[in-house]
Design a binder for this molecule. Structure first.
Ligand SMILES: [Mg+2]
Length: 160
C-alpha cells in the first residue's frame, strides 16, 4: 500500500487495492493526493467511473455544446420538479431528487467525454491538472485535507 498512488490507475481492474475497487464500483472513500507516505494529503471523495463513449466522434465544440445542453436540463429539472415555475408537482421529493440525479449524471458524463477529447486530441494531461485542481481548492479554502503523519496504514481504519 505504501508509495503507491490511490485512484490514479488507468487499469484499476488490474489493481486489487481498496481504492481501485472504489474506482470500478463507484462509491466514496479517501483519496491520497500523491503517494501514501507521511505527509500525504487525504481527503474524502466521491468516486464514480463513467464510460468512454465509443459510438460517437466528439469534438471540443460538440462536447462543449452538449455540456451546456445538459446543464440546462439539470437546471430545468430543478426548476420544474421542485415547483419553482409555479406548476403543480406530482412527484415525491425522492422522485424529484432522483430525476435531478439523472440529469447531474448526464452533466458528469459529458464532462468526462470532454476530458477524453482534451487528452486524445489536445494531449492534455488531466491527471496533472487534477493535482493542480486540488491545490487550488486548498488554496481557496474550500478543502482542508488531513495530513498523514505516521504509518500510511493508519488511514485504512478512518471513519467518514
Ligand atoms: Mg439530460
Amino acid at each position: 500500500m505504501a508509495n503507491r498512488p490511490l485512484g490514479t490507475s488507468h487499469k484499476p481492474w488490474e489493481d486489487q487495492s481498496e481504492g481501485s475497487e472504489n474506482l470500478v464500483r463507484g462509491g466514496g472513500g479517501w483519496l491520497a493526493a500523491g503517494f501514501l507516505k507521511p505527509g500525504a494529503r487525504l481527503m474524502q471523495t466521491k468516486t464514480i467511473a463513467l464510460p468512454k463513449l465509443n459510438n460517437l466522434s466528439p469534438s471540443l465544440e460538440s462536447t462543449a455544446i452538449k455540456l451546456m445542453e445538459e446543464a440546462g436540463e439539470l437546471g430545468a429539472a430543478i426548476g420544474k420538479f421542485r415547483g419553482l415555475n409555479g406548476e403543480k408537482v406530482d412527484l415525491t421529493n425522492q422522485e424529484v431528487a432522483r430525476t435531478i440525479g439523472r440529469e447531474l449524471l448526464d452533466v458528469a458524463q459529458t464532462a468526462i467525454t470532454m476530458m477524453f477529447v482534451l487528452e486524445e486530441q489536445f494531449h492534455v494531461d488531466i491527471n496533472s491538472l487534477l493535482e493542480q485542481h486540488v491545490d487550488k481548492l486548498i488554496r481557496k479554502g474550500y478543502l482542508s485535507p488531513v495530513f498523514l503523519e505516521n504509518d500510511p496504514d493508519d488511514a485504512k481504519g478512518r471513519n467518514y
